[in-house]
Design a protein around this ligand. Structure first.
Ligand code: NAD
Length: 497
């Protein structure tokens, strides 16, 4: 039986029915080449709309406009006025929250409950950084130089900030690259994933409605190797904030050398989730599932390596497989859906390929694989998958799969699990389930990762720093960390003698 779907919000329907354009210098424009790219609905493979496919010159024009705004109109806007504009934008997002949720569900397939949360989080994020606009301070330093010397610092904006983001939470990923830079007086050129440009382009309309001067935020749509590369290697872009794969992160660093751009990177992960046998069993089961299947596992900090203490391993993985098999997969517009599709046919193939590799290397698939139901056939669905009998050397325990696949590994002691958890080139997330408080903190301190969740998972907030150790990233986003990342410190010495 075909599911009943929530009908598409009329404003979302209207927005996707028009010819989408890029926002450059306050104008809605096509790519100079006239090229466009199809945007597909991952739930059924149909084409939703098309978007401009920017070339290098389009990106160059966006940077020119961002520079003009930075040195001109935006530099005259006082911090309290910046705060007001950002707060107004947050209000507009809230007023249009349903439309944003629908646009993201249409574009990347996840259920409306999830995309509605992201729309609310987007407004929250802007409000948090609006508060910072009027709280940027410097310091005065005592001097021991003979005579009277006055020494103080100022925090100044960097200039033109580039943002490049992936498809796994289209609106929210983009907002994190816009809110903090605007609060401290920078201008922005941002590129969404070529798979999911829709909600960011709609945000562009609200940015104009809120009253930001032209060129303060510019949105270019296009692919990574052309538009992304043009932004990352542009000599007049002062900073790049990138979220995406570690492989592309490496290229961003290489490209930043052209003008020693400031760089922050939020990259891939292979996070360890450690279940001790003294954990509250039901909580641990729910956490283990939620940590890796939420957003169809397309989460940089997904708890994809599940370490379970040997005494409970067999029961736990079999209960997890049963739990996973009960998730309702489907179109995100079906209110009963919990797990949506993966973003593309390519990603679906990649994830299924990892399952094959895992089985060939000796792992056992307890549940999961390709979704075979007829109503899911045209979409890019993969069932929540539990792989058992995995060891840390297997490919599926080492490489990021970015899908709903968990590799369950047994362990015998606290020392062993700390060693295994840290035996990875990544260091983004980590989870611990135990009722022993001392053990929880000890293991949390020993994990070489930027984020650890104890008896919970997946929580992030705008006021709390987020980022990765090792090859999971460079720098931190959110909280005061983003203020540091989007400002320069100027040291001023004055001779008062
Ligand atoms: P990706 O690296 O392929 O693409 C991310 C973005 O970079 C896209 O906009 C893409 O167009 C662009 N890009 C691609 N090649 C480029 C190039 N040569 N120069 C400049 N830009 C380029 O990643 P993806 O497949 O879209 O997303 C999945 C990856 O993102 C996973 O590895 C995941 O872990 C990571 N991710 C990390 C975080 C985090 O906060 N750490 C959050 C979400 C996703």
């Amino acid at each position: 039986m075909m599911p009943t779907l929530v009908s598409l919000n009329p404003k979302a329907a209207q927005f996707t029915s028009k010819s989408l354009k890029m926002l450059i210098g306050g104008q809605w424009v096509d790519a100079i080449s006239g090229k466009r790219r199809e945007i597909r609905n991952p739930a059924d493979g149909t084409v939703i709309t098309t978007a401009p496919d920017a070339g290098r010159e389009d990106v160059n024009q966006a940077v020119i406009q961002a520079r003009k705004a930075f040195e001109g109109s935006w530099s005259k806007v006082k911090p309290n006025e910046r705060a007001k504009l950002i707060l107004k934008l947050a209000d507009l997002i809230e007023e249009n929250a349903e439309e944003f949720a629908h646009l993201d569900t249409l574009d990347y397939g996840q259920p409306l409950t999830l995309t509605s949360n992201f729309a609310a989080a987007a407004a929250d994020n802007f409000r948090y950084y609006a508060g910072w606009a009027t709280k940027i301070t410097g310091e005065t330093h005592t001097s021991s130089v003979p005579g009277e010397i006055f020494n103080y610092t100022r925090r100044e904006p960097l200039g033109v900030c580039g943002g490049i983001v992936p498809w796994n939470a289209p609106l929210m990923n983009a907002v994190m690259k816009i809110s903090a830079p605007l609060a401290v007086g920078n201008t922005v050129v941002i590129k969404p994933s070529e798979e999911t440009p829709i909600s960011l382009l709609r945000l562009g309309e609200l940015i104009q409605e809120a009253g930001f001067p032209d060129g303060v935020v510019n949105i270019v749509t296009g692919d990574g190797p052309t538009a992304g590369d043009a932004l990352a290697s542009h000599p007049d872009v002062d900073k790049i904030a990138f979220t995406g794969s570690t492989a592309v992160g490496r290229k961003i660093i290489e490209n930043s050398a052209v003008n020693i751009k400031k760089v922050t990177l939020e990259l891939g992960g292979k996070s360890a989730h450690v279940i001790f046998s003294d954990a509250d069993y039901e909580t641990a089961l729910k956490n283990a599932a939620n940590a890796v299947f939420w957003n169809s596992g397309q989460v940089c900090f997904a708890g994809s390596r599940l370490f379970v203490e040997r005494g409970i391993y067999d029961n736990f993985v079999s209960d997890l497989a049963e739990y996973a098999s009960k998730y309702k997969l489907g179109n995100g517009f079906d209110e009963t859906t919990v797990i949506g599709p993966l973003i593309s046919a390519k990603q679906q193939e990649r994830v299924l390929h990892y399952m094959d590799i895992g089985q060939r290397e000796g792992a056992e698939m307890l549940t999961g694989g390709k979704a075979l139901e007829s109503e899911l056939q045209n979409g890019y669905f993969v069932k929540p998958t539990v792989m058992a009998n995995v060891n840390s050397d297997m490919t599926i325990a080492r490489e990021e799969i970015f899908g709903p696949v968990v590799s369950a590994i047994p362990f015998d002691s606290e020392e062993e699990v700390i060693r295994l958890a840290n035996q990875t080139e990544y260091g983004l997330g980590g989870g611990i389930c135990t009722t022993n408080l001392k053990k929880a903190h000890k293991v949390a301190h020993a994990m070489k990762t930027g984020n650890v969740w104890i008896n919970t998972y997946n929580i992030t907030e705008p006021n709390s720093p987020f980022g990765g150790y090792k090859q999971s990233g460079l720098g931190r986003e959110n909280g005061a960390a983003s203020i540091d990342a989007y400002t320069e410190v100027k040291n001023v010495w004055v001779d008062l003698n």
